[in-house]
Design a protein around this ligand. Structure first.
Ligand SMILES: Nc1ncnc2c1ncn2[C@@H]1O[C@H](COP(=O)(O)OP(=O)(O)OP(=O)(O)O)[C@@H](O)[C@H]1O
Ligand SMILES: [Mg+2]
Length: 371
């Protein structure tokens, strides 16, 4: 006989929520029970603040599931509740902005690195730009918002590492002087988590808010691929200073880049510029330059769309191998022409965001601002 929802609920009712007198069902934490033959996944939606302390409850719930003989594989996932007010008022004294934006007072500028399409090199570009920015001086953090395929642990050589907590908040891991947070630090790489829209934002919100970022000048957010609801929600909820669009030169990718760009325009996030990745190929043996794809497309698209063009990065074996080794090329080979290109792009980005910080002087006459 296949297992039923009722049987699972009865088992979960025996799991204490950590208070000693209330079980997780009574507390209404069981948000979803997914039965797939003899595999069961239970989603517990818990108060965001309590999240980091509830691992024992999660483990107990998993034990309760596995005690049912019909269940071969039982998995329990914690996600954060999103309060009805948008998830912010509870921890912030400041009034929440439109759509309940997250409040990250210690982080000066947050920049999204995005594309319309997957696999164009967003994460590689985000990692190298982060290292390049750090080399220019600002304090830098990287937030891996790609819940489905987190890349930052690998790109920064931190696969398998787990962050510590100070009892209240998570201490971000650090590599090359950059603070990092990724869902990849919380779950095993091959862990198949079933995410639904609201859960994604809940988990991301928790990762943003429950991390002790400390004073940070610029945070790079590596966005998940595409322009769906998740990306839109992130763009609305995270107080972004701007977005950088990564595209490969092919027409189809550029079409996707336009979609990415339009998504940010819709939510009035400034486009800091477009980067053409895998722009051309340099032969590792003889240095011959080949324009495999229609090189220059991103620059033309940028012009057409009135967005700045930030630069082009070639398709180069060293960029891939250094990424795989967890040492982005800007770190491992800072004098290479590719690193110089990333440095130049980072300079442009930093100039754009930090320009917004310097307010133009105002002149007042009789208490009234005239200029
Ligand atoms: N300029 C480049 N030269 C050579 N290889 C590159 C370059 N940029 C990215 N790659 C390689 O291409 C692959 C995809 O890159 P990456 O993971 O950065 O893309 P992505 O856009 O973040 O993908 P996803 O949409 O899955 O998140 C990786 O193997 C990476 O090493
Ligand atoms: Mg990626």
């Amino acid at each position: 006989m296949p297992i039923t929802q009722e049987q699972i609920v009865i088992a979960l009712k025996k799991v204490d929520s950590g208070t000693g007198d209330l079980d997780i069902v009574t507390r209404d934490w069981v948000k979803e029970i997914v039965i797939d033959g003899c595999r069961v996944t239970v989603i517990l939606e818990v108060p965001a603040r309590a999240g980091p302390t509830l691992e024992p409850v999660r483990a107990d719930a998993e034990k309760a599931l596995r005690s049912l003989p019909e269940i071969k594989s039982g998995k329990v996932v914690l996600t954060a509740q999103i309060p009805k007010n948008g998830g912010k008022a509870a921890q912030s004294k400041k009034p929440s902005k439109a759509g309940g934006q997250l409040d990250l007072p210690d982080v000066k500028f947050i920049i999204a690195v995005a594309s319309g399409k997957g696999g164009v090199g967003k994460s590689t570009t985000a990692a190298n730009i982060a290292v390049a920015l750090a080399r220019l001086g600002p304090s830098v953090a990287v937030f891996d918002a790609d819940i489905f395929g987190p890349s930052m642990p690998r790109l920064f050589g931190l696969s398998g590492r787990k962050p510590n907590t100070d009892g209240k908040r998570i201490i971000p891991l650090q590599a090359h002087g950059i603070k990092l947070m990724s869902i990849g630090f919380m779950i095993a790489e091959d862990d198949p988590i079933i995410w639904r829209g609201p859960m994604i934002m809940g988990a991301l919100e928790q990762m943003f808010r429950d991390v002790a970022w400390g004073k940070t000048d610029v945070m790079i957010v590596d966005m998940p691929p595409g322009t769906g609801d998740t990306q839109l929600t992130i763009s609305q909820r995270v107080p972004l200073a701007g977005a950088v669009i990564v595209s490969t030169p092919q027409d189809i990718a550029l079409l996707d880049a336009r979609k990415g760009l339009n998504m940010f325009k819709r939510v009035e996030i400034p486009i800091l510029g477009i980067i053409e990745n895998m722009s051309y190929h340099l032969c590792a043996a003889c240095g011959h330059r080949e324009e495999i794809f229609d090189h220059g497309g991103a620059c033309r698209t940028a012009e057409e769309l009135g967005a700045p063009f930030l630069g082009e990065v070639p398709l180069d074996l060293n960029i891939r191998t250094t990424s795989d080794e967890g040492l982005p090329i800007v770190m491992s080979d800072p004098d290479s022409p590719h690193s110089q290109e990333y440095m130049e792009i980072a300079r442009k980005i930093w100039a754009k965001v930090s320009a917004g910080e310097r307010k133009a002087p105002t002149i007042s006459i009789g208490g009234k601002t005239v200029v």
